[in-house]
Design a protein around this ligand. Structure first.
Ligand code: NAP
Length: 327
């Protein structure tokens, strides 16, 4: 019988893929959700006794995870994926930065206090904590750290997100240094994540923040192409990376999960080639993706040993599912 894994933020885009892959490999999963209705929907969708849920209304409530963990002495691995992934909020500090930091600390404290049997914690961090805020084209790797300050992070939604991932990860490291807990803590750092939702019903209406970028492009029937660029990874590979991380120790690698770079134009080219009937703007379809920033993920690739899903398949799967769900 496989081990039981606790997954915080079980309703999330990435978390649902992680849960699907865990269940397929024989693990049992306890997921935390914010309310009963979200838990029941997940339970119905996963349709197996090996998935159950606990309600944790707010990451920030002190002791939020203690009760849930006390009910599940069978849990030996904790995946902390829950964190605000949103950029348009009333208060950047209150709505993005603090829940990320306090959520991470709450999880680690709860495990230390109530779950002596848990020996491994994996936190879903982000390349955001490895980028350089003061120099957007600086080289990025497993060893680099974002230099964003707390004051800078409060200034915009996107800076707050970058800060939230950086400060939450640092808070985790500080906890381990001070508290010397009985478990290991490691981090997985995806770049921009695209890909289909596990369940078609989740593709109806507004998509999660990163896929929202693709659904946004689907509205582009005229005008100019936005100047956006980034690095891509498919959600199924992000989930697979979490499973590698729980099955073999990465020894503090800060695993960077990244495939190729993209621009809005390169995404539009894929969409126009595969869905010409949508009649989206063409832009400069000959323009090459000109990666100004080097993202050096060589160590992580060697560690993970995954064959990444290519960007064309990822975008096509995402668009196909979105169109079908929103007919
Ligand atoms: P998502 O779909 O928005 O999922 C976020 C999850 O966190 C949801 O389950 C959400 O619950 C929960 N959550 C957010 N704020 C919370 C709060 N204050 N209290 C309790 N739960 C809260 O995002 P995702 O894309 O799957 O991201 C999952 C993780 O991956 C995050 O840590 C994110 O930073 C990281 N990541 C994502 C990307 C990307 O491109 N998507 C890239 C790098 C790293 P509800 O469903 O109830 O709102």
């Amino acid at each position: 019988m496989g081990a039981t894994v606790f997954v915080s933020g079980a309703t999330g885009f990435i978390a649902q893929h992680v849960i699907k892959q865990l269940l397929e490999k024989g693990y049992s999963v306890v997921g935390s959700v914010r309310n009963e209705s979200k838990g029941e929907t997940l339970k119905k969708n996963f349709a197996t006794d090996k998935f159950s849920y606990e309600i944790v209304e707010d990451l920030e409530t002190v002791g939020a995870f203690d009760t849930a963990l006390k009910k599940h002495p069978e849990v030996t691995i904790f995946l902390h994926t829950a964190s605000p992934v949103t950029f348009d909020v009333e208060d950047n500090e209150k709505d993005i930065i603090l829940p990320a930091i306090n959520g991470t600390v709450n999880v680690l404290k709860a495990i230390k206090a109530t779950a002596p049997q848990i020996d491994k914690v994996v936190i879903t961090s982000s390349v955001a904590s490895q980028l350089t805020f003061s120099n957007p084209v600086a080289r990025v790797s497993e060893d680099t750290w974002n230099d964003v300050t707390y004051e800078q992070a409060k200034e915009s939604g996107s800076a707050a997100y970058v800060g939230s991932k950086t400060f939450a990860e640092k808070a985790g490291i500080e906890f381990v240094e001070k508290e010397k807990p009985h478990f290991t803590v490691s981090t997985v750092h995806p770049v921009f994540v695209f890909g289909p939702q596990v369940f078609d019903s989740e593709a109806k209406g507004k998509l999660n923040a990163s896929n929202g970028y693709i659904s946004g492009l689907l509205q582009l029937k005229e005008g100019s192409v936005p100047q956006y660029s980034g690095s891509f990874i498919d959600v199924r590979d992000v989930a697979a990376a979490h499973l590698v991380e729980i099955e073999k120790p990465s020894n503090g690698l800060r695993v960077l999960v990244k495939d190729v770079d993209f621009t809005s134009q390169s995404l539009l080219n894929i969409i126009n080639k595969n869905f010409p009937e949508l009649g989206l703007v063409k832009g400069d379809s000959e323009a090459q993706v000109d990666s100004k920033r080097i993202v050096d993920d060589a160590k992580s690739r060697a560690y993970l040993g995954l064959n990444y899903i290519d960007i064309e398949k990822s975008v096509v799967d995402t668009v196909k599912q979105y169109i079908a769900a929103n007919k």
